[in-house]
Ligand binder design. Structure first.
Ligand code: FMN
Length: 318
């Protein structure tokens, strides 16, 4: 199985990715959280730092663009090509209420003619390979056959299907039957995404779509960084390595120059997922969330590890 780490805005930062790859190898590719270009197609600040090659050594990174106009998309793609990237990913899946009404992210699925025109322009002019990460529809996954007809017209490097419609956001069960149909009908190679939080969760998509070779992991791997290794038959996560990973991540954020407040905000965002490796530890989780200083944070984390609630069998469950 070829496994990739999903883009997760606010979670899979470059420090996270670098450390994850070093301590928990097994992800073939990492996708960077989206770049939303302004009119000029330029991007800077945190977004630029996040994808600079020197911040992404020793991993295969695919940058992602959230944009519905060819010109800014192509301008960013040119910058990425100049940095040495070979592939860029289009975000056609973001369900956010601030993105979709602008017909970006999953909002691109509202107007299939516009999507077709966008892809025609991009594929005729983009010097990078282009992959797409998509939802299966806006209101219903039954919209997908018509959407797939558009994708099938172009030589996508890969079609990553988050097997939900936009309305479902991140909840409910992915539509495995709809995914199976799409898997068979897709011309581009398909990667499955959605709710693979443990080895047992692979059974559904793999039996629905025999021959499936590519799976993207998001929240499950944010909770359990060893999930890649486990899905490949390796050992489960140990408390000590999770503790070490989190400590090194805190140090990396500080070394990156993030303020104490920002470092804590980033770590708390990750803890939203990781805390599920500690079943029944809601008081410990609250304490981490309330921490205002690095010292309060560390003592809350140490207390949680000392509570003995860590379970290698636990997993993110939504
Ligand atoms: C906090 C958060 C941030 C996300 N950021 C992005 C993003 O920048 N680009 C994107 O394509 N998907 C983004 N996603 C969606 C994930 O990549 C993934 O498709 C989704 O979580 C479903 O996979 P999972 O069930 O394995 O988590 C985000 C999801 C979450 C929860």
């Amino acid at each position: 199985m070829r496994l990739s780490f999903a883009p997760m805005e606010g979670v899979t930062t470059y420090s996270f990715r670098q450390l994850h790859a070093a301590l928990f190898p097994g992800a073939e590719k990492y996708y960077a959280p989206f770049i939303a270009p302004d009119g000029s197609g330029k991007f800077k600040g945190g977004r630029l730092r996040d994808i600079l090659p020197e911040n992404n050594r020793d991993i295969r990174l695919v940058p992602q663009i959230l944009c519905n106009r060819p010109e800014p998309f192509l301008a960013v793609a040119r910058e990425l090509a100049a940095m040495g990237y070979r592939e860029v990913n289009l975000n056609a899946g973001c369900p956010s209420g601030t993105v979709v009404p602008k017909r970006k992210g999953a909002g691109m699925l509202a107007d299939l003619r516009a999507l077709d025109e966008f892809l025609a322009e991009v594929f005729s002019r983009c010097e990078l390979a282009v992959s797409v990460k998509t939802r299966m529809g806006l209101e219903s996954t039954e919209e997908f056959p018509a959407i797939l007809e558009i994708y099938n017209k172009y030589p996508l490097q890969e079609l990553i299907i988050h097997a939900r419609d936009r309305r479902a956001m991140y909840s409910g069960r992915p539509d495995l039957a709809g995914f199976a149909t799409a898997f068979r009908a897709s011309r581009p190679p398909v990667c499955y995404n959605g709710n693979v939080f443990s080895p047992a969760d692979l059974t559904g998509p793999v039996s629905a779509a025999p021959g499936l070779e590519r799976v993207m992991l998001g929240r499950g791997a944010a909770a359990n960084p060893a999930l890649f290794r486990q899905l490949q038959g390796g050992p489960a996560l140990e408390a000590a390595e999770l503790k070490d990973f989190l400590r090194r991540l805190r140090d990396a954020y500080q070394a990156q120059g993030l303020s104490e407040r920002y470092t804590l905000a980033r770590l708390k965002e990750l803890w939203y997922y990781t805390v599920q490796m500690f079943p029944g530890a809601s008081a410990g989780a609250k304490r981490i969330n309330k921490a205002q200083t690095a010292a309060e944070y560390q003592s809350a984390v140490d207390a949680l590890f000392a509570s003995g609630r860590f379970s290698p069998e636990a997993a993110f469950r939504g």
